[in-house]
Ligand binder design. Structure first.
Ligand SMILES: *[C@@H]1O[C@H](CO)[C@@H](O)[C@H](O)[C@H]1NC(C)=O
Length: 204
C-alpha cells in the first residue's frame, strides 16, 4: 500500500458563479481500521482562501502549521491577505523545498481572487501545480471523484446548486472507496459569506 493511502481521504473543490465549494470526507484510519470519524482535512487560511490536505495525516498537520505560520508573516509584512494564486505558489515552494524527502500530502487550494473570480488548484507531493477551470480532486477516492464530478458538473452554478452537486459527487464517490467516507464536510464560499455544513452519509 502506498504511504499516501495509509490514513485514507477524499477531497474535492468545485467552481461556481462567483463562488466555490471545497469538500472532504471525515474518516481517519490506519489502513483498514477506522480511528476517527470527525477528522478535519480542510482549513481556512483566511475568509477567501481554503486549503485541503489529503494523504498522510501527520504530514498534513505539519504542513498546515508551516503554511499558517508563513501566511501570518505575510500578513504582518504586507498588511493584507494573500491572493489564492500567491498562496498556491507558497504551498508549491514549501513542498518543492523537500523535493528529495517530501511530505506525503496532495493539497487542494480554493479561493476567491480579484473581482471575486474563483480559483482552484491541486498539486502533487513535490508541488507541481495542476490548475483547472471546473473542479479538482485528491485523495484515495480521487478516481471515483473524477467520474462523479465529470458527469455532474455544470458551468456557472449558484451557491445552493453547487453545494448539492459537490455533496452528491462526494457521497457517491466515498461509497466506492473503503478508505474514505463517514459523512462529509462541505464549505461553500461566496464573496459575502462562508457556509459550512456537515453531511451524513453511509456510516459503514
Ligand atoms: C496515519 O497513518 C500512519 C501510518 O500508518 C500511522 O502511523 C498514523 O498513526 C496515522 N495517523 C493517525 C493520526 O492515526
Amino acid at each position: 500500500m502506498s504511504i499516501f493511502e495509509y490514513n485514507g481521504s477524499a477531497l474535492v473543490a468545485m467552481v461556481g458563479k462567483n463562488c466555490f465549494a471545497i469538500a472532504s470526507d471525515r474518516r481517519l484510519g490506519v489502513q483498514l481500521q477506522t480511528i476517527a470519524t470527525d477528522f478535519q482535512r480542510i482549513s481556512k487560511i483566511h475568509d477567501r482562501v481554503f486549503l485541503g490536505l489529503s494523504g498522510l495525516a501527520t504530514d498534513a498537520q505539519t504542513l498546515y502549521q508551516r503554511l499558517v505560520f508563513r501566511h501570518k508573516l505575510y500578513q504582518l509584512r504586507e498588511e493584507r491577505d494573500m491572493k489564492p494564486e500567491t498562496f498556491a505558489n507558497l504551498v508549491s515552494a514549501l513542498l518543492y523545498e523537500k523535493r528529495f524527502g517530501p511530505y506525503f500530502c496532495q493539497p487542494v487550494i480554493a479561493g476567491l481572487g480579484d473581482e471575486d473570480k474563483p480559483f482552484i488548484c491541486t498539486m502533487d507531493s513535490i508541488g507541481a501545480k495542476e490548475l483547472a477551470k471546473d473542479f479538482v480532486v485528491a485523495g484515495t477516492a480521487s478516481e471515483f471523484l473524477y467520474g462523479a464530478c465529470e458527469s455532474m458538473f455544470k458551468e456557472d452554478m449558484e451557491p445552493e446548486e453547487l453545494f448539492e452537486t459537490v455533496s452528491q459527487a462526494l457521497l457517491s464517490s466515498v461509497d466506492r472507496d473503503c478508505l474514505s467516507g463517514w459523512g462529509g464536510h462541505v464549505y461553500v464560499v461566496t464573496p459575502t459569506e462562508v457556509k459550512e455544513r456537515i453531511l451524513k452519509g453511509r456510516m459503514d
